[in-house]
Design a protein around this ligand. Structure first.
Ligand code: AMP
Length: 116
């Protein structure tokens, strides 16, 4: 059983972070340390530690994460210019918080996808 992270407390609003979106499956809020003018995290309400832990039953939730990303990109006015969706996994992927999340980044022309 994965250990809860700060994201579970944000979902339950035990840490009162302003939410941009929440439904029965996913929650979205602004990244505390933005790497672009728009930097939003979209996370499943269910604790899934890494993308390695995803199972078939999660497919609806994972799809919802993308439709919510699309909706928020539109609301933030970055749909037409474009944006980037990123999910990091484990240490080589640069994952810091072990509750999967999709980064929605935009608001300027982003740099190369990877700096290795
Ligand atoms: P990752 O490296 O993909 O695990 O990304 C974790 C992200 O969570 C980082 O971009 C952090 O800035 C962000 N983060 C960590 N704690 C918080 C928090 N309390 N509220 C919002 N974003 C957070």
């Amino acid at each position: 059983m994965a250990e809860e992270t700060i994201f579970s407390k944000i979902i339950r609003q035990e840490i009162p972070t302003p939410l941009l979106y929440q439904d029965d499956l996913v929650t979205a809020f602004r990244d505390i340390s933005p790497k672009a003018p728009i930097h939003i995290l979209i996370i499943p309400n269910k604790l899934i530690a890494t993308t390695n832990d995803v199972v078939e039953d999660d497919e609806l939730t994972l799809g919802r994460m993308i439709t919510v990303a699309k909706k928020l990109a539109f609301e933030e006015g970055i749909s037409d210019d474009g944006y980037r969706l990123i999910m990091n996994c484990n240490s080589h992927g640069g994952q810091e918080v072990y509750h999967i999340h999709m980064h929605l980044l935009g608001g300027k022309r982003l740099g190369p996808m990877l700096s290795v």
